[in-house]
Design a protein around this ligand. Structure first.
Ligand code: HEC
Ligand code: HEC
Length: 361
């Protein structure tokens, strides 16, 4: 009896452990329910997002490079950057910022700190080239902004809080429910046979799930997939300049000799991170081409061919040997992670007017 009990305990331990392992296996997940943010901050953040007076020379707003009509990017392989600059990487979507574990292609910022992310976009020479004190004084001369601010707080418009308001706005932008979400929530018919087959490939033979998991399909880690260099980065001096200036800013050793985008190495200074990038999310791919940190792939077919070949030079991937119909099923599945586009209307830019009395609006 005693023995049997012991065996039973052992057995339940083993099944318990297997169940725990089964639960821990990475998988894509449905989008969690939206969490309502601070409405007054979101409203202000929306105005600021579309306002080009937040950039040094009034040349660009966040929406220039993160345009809702272009999947919240700019539709180009490499971002144009601040006027007179040309950036050396692609402008990604800002949708699902709340679910990013790390921000930016080299993963250099913490996904839980949207305010710092926004500050860098505004103050960085490559994007908005704006001094935050100047920004604060400009915004205080817009009566509508003082009025909206007063709905949120009793103090005056202030730099870091402006960043946080925009951060709250982008954290509120979430993908619309997609076929995949309906499927995960129990609607078997939400995916057809080919899409289900694609999902099985994603988790099995194609092994995408090791890096692309969770609600937005991004593990928050740095990986080397060996995406080929975008030749424009080294052919066009203005782009080489932004790349080298970025490396100089983050203190990368011997940066002047860099002739490739080294990715996360510039941040970590660990040679094992050369060529590693932050896993991209897989939500809304329908709207966010071209793909990868340097926009090297114009279509999902090109992306899948790239993975099928085992990625590029130095990659940690292996060839997949997918047949033509398997590649198609995988693509059809990827598209089930795109719902309707997230559309926000530009609220317009209220005029400036010299403010007469401080302490009052
Ligand atoms: C001139 C173009 C430009 C402007 C203006 C701009 N961005 Fe960006 N943004 C980029 C580029 C390029 C990247 C990727 C940079 C990198 O990874 O090196 C990026 C990255 C981001 C990311 C990271 C997304 C992710 O998941 O990794 C967020 C969030 C973001 N921008 C928000 C904003 C906000 C908010 C504003 C306005 C305050 C703004 N950006 C203004 C070009 C721009
Ligand atoms: C070893 C981890 C890893 C695996 C496995 C992996 N990916 Fe990726 N994926 C990444 C990283 C990292 C990036 C960003 C790379 C870059 O920009 O250089 C990325 C980018 C992408 C993008 C571009 C998204 C965008 O908006 O630019 C797509 C699409 C994609 N992967 C699909 C897949 C598919 C499909 C598979 C399976 C066949 C797969 N990935 C397997 C790590 C991985």
């Amino acid at each position: 009896m005693q023995n049997i009990r012991k065996q039973l305990v052992a057995l339940s331990l083993i099944t318990g452990v297997t169940a725990a392992f089964a639960q821990a296996a990475p998988d894509l997940a449905a989008m969690p329910d939206a969490k309502p943010g601070n409405a007054a901050m979101i409203e202000l953040g929306k105005y600021f997002f579309f306002d080009n007076r937040l950039s040094g020379d009034w040349g660009v707003s966040c929406a220039t490079c993160h345009d809702p009509q272009k999947g919240w990017g700019d539709g180009k392989a490499l971002s144009t950057g601040y006027p007179s600059m040309e950036y050396f990487r692609n402008s990604p979507t800002v949708v699902n910022a709340r679910h990013r574990i790390r921000f930016l292609w080299d993963g250099r910022l913490d996904g839980s700190d949207a305010g710092t992310m926004v500050r860098d976009m505004i103050t960085e020479a490559h994007t908005m080239n704006m001094d935050s004190r100047l920004m604060q004084e400009r915004l205080k001369q817009v009566p509508e902004y003082n009025a909206l601010w007063a709905k949120w707080r009793k103090d005056d418009i202030n730099g870091m809080r402006v960043f946080n308001a925009i951060g709250e706005f982008i954290r509120d932008l979430e993908s619309k429910p997609a076929a995949f979400d309906r499927y995960k929530k129990g609607d078997e018919a939400a995916l057809n046979a080919e899409q289900k087959n694609g999902y099985a490939l994603f988790n099995g033979k194609a092994n995408c799930v090791t890096c692309h998991n969770g609600p937005i399909g991004a593990d928050g880690k740095l990986h080397n997939t060996g995406v080929p260099e975008n030749p424009a980065v080294l052919k066009e001096p203005v782009r080489t300049i932004t790349m080298l200036r970025h490396y100089a800013t983050v203190g990368m050793p011997n940066y002047m000799n860099a002739r490739t985008d080294v990715g996360s190495y510039a941040i970590t200074k660990d040679k094992r991170d050369i060529g590693k990038f932050n896993t991209a999310q897989l939500r809304d791919l329908k709207y966010t081409a071209p793909y990868m940190h340097n926009g090297m792939f114009a279509t999902l077919d090109e992306v899948i061919d790239f993975y099928n070949a085992g990625g590029g030079a130095g990659s940690e991937l292996k060839p997949l040997n997918l047949s033509a119909s398997e590649k198609k099923a995988l693509k059809e599945f990827l598209l089930t992670l795109s719902g309707d586009p997230v559309i926000v209307k530009n609220p317009g830019q209220p005029d400036m007017q010299v403010r007469t009395a401080y302490g009052k609006n």
